[in-house]
Write a protein that binds this ligand. Structure first.
Ligand SMILES: [Zn+2]
Length: 168
């Protein structure tokens, strides 16, 4: 039977309980913009856009789950993906619908700790009913995050990544 994730932290000696869940407040490229560009754009809990010399860049916050071996709930990341204008508008217009039968293509837009560069990995975005965060699926690529997404990670690896997220 699948268990509950908890471990004694080697950094702070406390027991951390529950499957890890870490989120990013913004897409990394947004944080790299000037205050002026940021102030003319938008950043909420779920949506973001900004305009630079290349045009307008659109983002949505999504959830990607990495299975942990033998544990019921996986390692959850709240990350941002960039969407085309058409996908972004479709997402915004259908946000509170009970059924959304369309997925989107998205580019991974955060740098996850532990992993080598996760920026601009190709993904499929699946909007969920009633305003729940979309679920992310990574497209096949020879990258550790993709392999972990498909194969899951050991409890030891989950602990190592969680410690890094909690304590830096
Ligand atoms: Zn700790």
């Amino acid at each position: 039977m699948a268990g509950i994730f908890s471990f004694k932290c080697s950094s702070c000696d406390e027991i951390h309980e529950g499957s890890p869940s870490f989120g990013f407040n913004a897409p990394d490229p947004y944080l790299e913009q000037s205050e002026e560009i940021q102030s003319k754009g938008k950043l909420s809990d779920d949506l973001c856009y900004y305009e630079d010399e290349d045009g307008i860049h659109y983002f949505a916050r999504v959830t990607v789950e990495i299975p942990i071996h033998g544990i019921e709930d996986g390692f959850l990341w709240g990350v941002w993906v960039s969407l085309s204008k058409a996908s972004y508008e479709h997402y915004v217009n259908n946000f509170t619908k009970e059924e959304i039968d369309q997925g989107y293509f998205g580019w991974f837009s955060n740098y996850l700790p532990y992993y080598s560069n996760t920026y601009a990995l190709a993904t499929n975005v699946y909007p969920q009913a009633n305003g729940k965060r979309p679920i992310l699926e990574l497209q096949e690529k020879d990258h550790e995050l993709y392999h972990d997404f498909i194969n899951g990670i050991s409890i030891t690896k989950a602990q190592k990544i969680a410690e890094l997220c909690i304590h830096g």
